[in-house]
Design a protein around this ligand. Sequence first.
Ligand code: HEC
Length: 477
Amino acid sequence: MRIFKRVWNWFDDITGISAVLGPLLKHPVPRARKSAWFYVLGSATLISFFLQIVTGIALASGYVPSSGQAYDTLLFITGTDIGRIVRGMHAFGASAMVILIGLHTIRVYLMGAYKYPRQMNWLTGAGLLLLTLLMAFTGQLLRWDQTGFWSVVIAAEQAGRTPVIGQWLARFIMAGDTVGGATLSRFFAAHVFFIPALIFLFVAFHLYLVVHNGISEPPQAGRPVDPKKYRSWYQALLARDGQPFWPDAAWRDAAFGLLVIVVVAVLAIVIGPPELGPPPDPTIVEASPRPEWYLLWYYAVLSLIPKWSEDWVIILGPAIFGAVLILLPLAAGKGERSPIRRPWSFVIVAFTVFMIAYYGAVGHIAPWSPRMESPPLPAQVVGATTGPVAEGARVFHYKGCLYCHLISGYGGIRGPDLTYAGDILTPAQMTTRIYSGGTNMPSYTGNLTSEELSALIAFLSSRHRQPVFPLPLPRKQ
Ligand code: HEC
């Protein structure tokens, strides 16, 4: 024990660390009493970020960010015991970080803690929220499977609709005209160097502000913030009823942070990392991926809103959201903090959470997204094992038609049910549709040989309603 103390004294003497850290740890914070546990969400977000750095560095040391090897190196990583757990922790850690930063934002918003003098705390926090979502988005592509690949294709398509800079933006995202090796390099650099560097900067500024302005006291109805008097009032409050941050308040942060790490680790061990989808294959024409749950709702909104409103929602949605985040502390920087006196804040939070949950659920089950895991049609459904009909059924599967179309209960439901296609469409109508595509159906021009096309038509034309035979006899009374 003595030796540790001597080493520490020596270290402290030549670095002066305790003179800096001491006041930081001991600085007084308001007693929160009933709402004390709400105050742990920010530090827990930071802890989950550190967890992402540690697991991310571990992953990066086994991962090769090249289009030829990324998928295989991830398969390799997932195949080892440690790698499986680390990948699982990185994936669940990402969810944890998104949830925690979301809850932290809601907490700060409801408690009106963005008001004077903490407007810049809010603005740097909003920056961190955006950067966190960017990390989630860029990380998705690094898996380099179908889902990651198509998520970026769709995102680039959406970005391309922005007026004036759309084309440039889409090219910037993809690092070219299509998603390929250059895109992967760009996303890797963004995910590993650029965005984390920005997060560090923002976190440093955010934490400095937290200490500089002090932690907000729990709001009280009828005690509005007056910028002229607030600071002196706050100092008096601390002098009257403050407590040192360490250990009186910080033990909660430590306990909750530890809980977050344990939960993430347990989930990673028990459930494991998300399964890798099939490797990316640009020849599979397929319209919508199934991104991570925290982005899924946004993709679902984009694909479910009526066509005419798409451009508006794609451009105005994020613009309004960003403007509200920035303007909120500037426009409403004083006055009542208590949510009881700001009843609208509950409505806004409830609405936002509902939208994300609702569209997340819709995105999960609704026909908006093709079922990429659809197995080939069984022989008794096809009704043939050789010949053009059977060949057509195979084409129907490997060209991805089955992802969107239902045949006798098999397949996806994004497009119309084609179980009785032979009854409702002529071969000419089928050919036109397959070549020209339609709303939410890709055009297959140039992507089908004429043999494949005639096999498809043969298969679809053989789909008929079965005559009901024997006819049910009239029931004897
Ligand atoms: C990404 C999903 C998707 C894929 C993949 C897809 N389709 Fe479609 N398909 C649709 C949608 C959506 C419609 C309705 C389009 C419309 O009404 O504008 C449609 C319409 C059709 C129709 C016309 C149905 C009718 O009742 O009018 C046919 C036939 C058809 N698809 C065949 C195919 C074939 C064959 C393939 C594969 C080569 C295929 N589809 C791949 C989504 C898809």
